[in-house]
Design a protein around this ligand. Structure first.
Ligand SMILES: [Fe+2]
Ligand SMILES: [Fe+2]
Length: 282
């Protein structure tokens, strides 16, 4: 299948994974600038299961809130509209992106452990560098490889060819898919994020996490995700000179990559706690 045919196929898929209606309702309120704490809480509280998952998330050790939240309206008040919208994504995305038929050589638990690690690391980098909203960095990290699940569920032959190239020629996944697949997980992930009405910087972070092009007007979110992905893929040891970003972003991120001992141990603890939360029932 060539790239154009693959895109046509992707665009014709009618049952692509989606997020719950609550997410889109909250998103619409925010876009229409009609959000209020009461309105958002009322929408979320209709679903008691989701409400309790969100409260468990924001009160979890790795979320780093520092105080206890006992209701959704309290959470909206403390965290803000955007963070609560992102919390809906966090607690539902693993169910949205289930694997239909898992091939040998692909481990779903490892996939999510990697995604959660990148989410926590990206959030830490965003928070400490002050480059981007930490909760946006978390979502971008959590979703950065989501395209792999779509590839696996809807383009299985391509996915199997990629796994074969990874296994037989020892290629990295992203390099293998450039050679043998008609679409890559980066393009698909960005497409899905756009369909899910994610803000542009999150779509861009997903789209550019392997193929970075310096942009003067970057928000810094994409660079936090790239650095987080490199850290997660290299057992947390990235040489700061291996990543070159635009001046302002470089100035903010390089000191963190050059002195990981000042923040990484805490982040690794958070990753363990976050994996426990997200992978509990898997
Ligand atoms: Fe990736
Ligand atoms: Fe990744």
């Amino acid at each position: 299948m060539d790239n154009k045919t693959a895109w046509d196929t992707l665009e014709k898929i009618t049952n692509l994974p989606t997020l719950p209606a609550v997410y889109f309702q909250v998103n619409k309120l925010l876009q229409d600038k009609q959000a209020s704490i009461e309105k958002i809480a009322r929408i979320i509280e209709v679903d008691p299961g989701m409400s309790s998952s969100i409260l468990r998330l924001v009160n979890s050790a790795f979320y780093g809130l520092g105080k206890t939240c006992n209701s959704i309206s309290h959470a909206v008040m403390i965290l803000g509209f955007n963070a609560v919208k992102n919390a809906i994504v966090s607690v539902t995305v693993l169910d949205a992106l289930t694997v239909k038929d898992r091939p040998a050589g692909f481990n779903t638990t490892d996939f999510w452990r990697h995604s959660v690690s990148v989410a926590v690391l990206a959030r830490q980098l965003a928070q400490r560098s002050r480059l981007a909203a930490p909760e946006d960095a978390f979502i971008a990290g959590l979703l950065h490889d989501a395209g792999k699940i779509i590839l696996l569920n809807y383009f299985k032959d391509d996915f199997l060819r990629i796994l074969q190239a990874v296994r037989e020629r020892n290629l990295a996944f992203a390099d293998a898919e450039q050679e043998v697949a008609s679409l890559d997980h980066v393009q698909i992930g960005a497409y899905l994020a756009r369909k899910w009405q994610m803000p542009d910087p999150i779509v861009e972070a997903i789209a550019c996490h392997h193929y970075y092009v310096t942009q003067d007007d970057t928000t810094g979110l994409v660079e936090c995700v790239i650095a987080a992905n490199m850290l997660a893929n290299s057992n947390y040891s990235v040489h700061p000179d291996d990543i070159i970003f635009e001046g302002r972003v470089e100035d903010a991120l390089k000191p963190l990559l050059a002195a990981p001992e000042s923040w990484l141990p805490e982040a690794v603890e958070e990753i363990d706690a976050a994996c426990e939360f997200f992978l509990e029932k898997r």
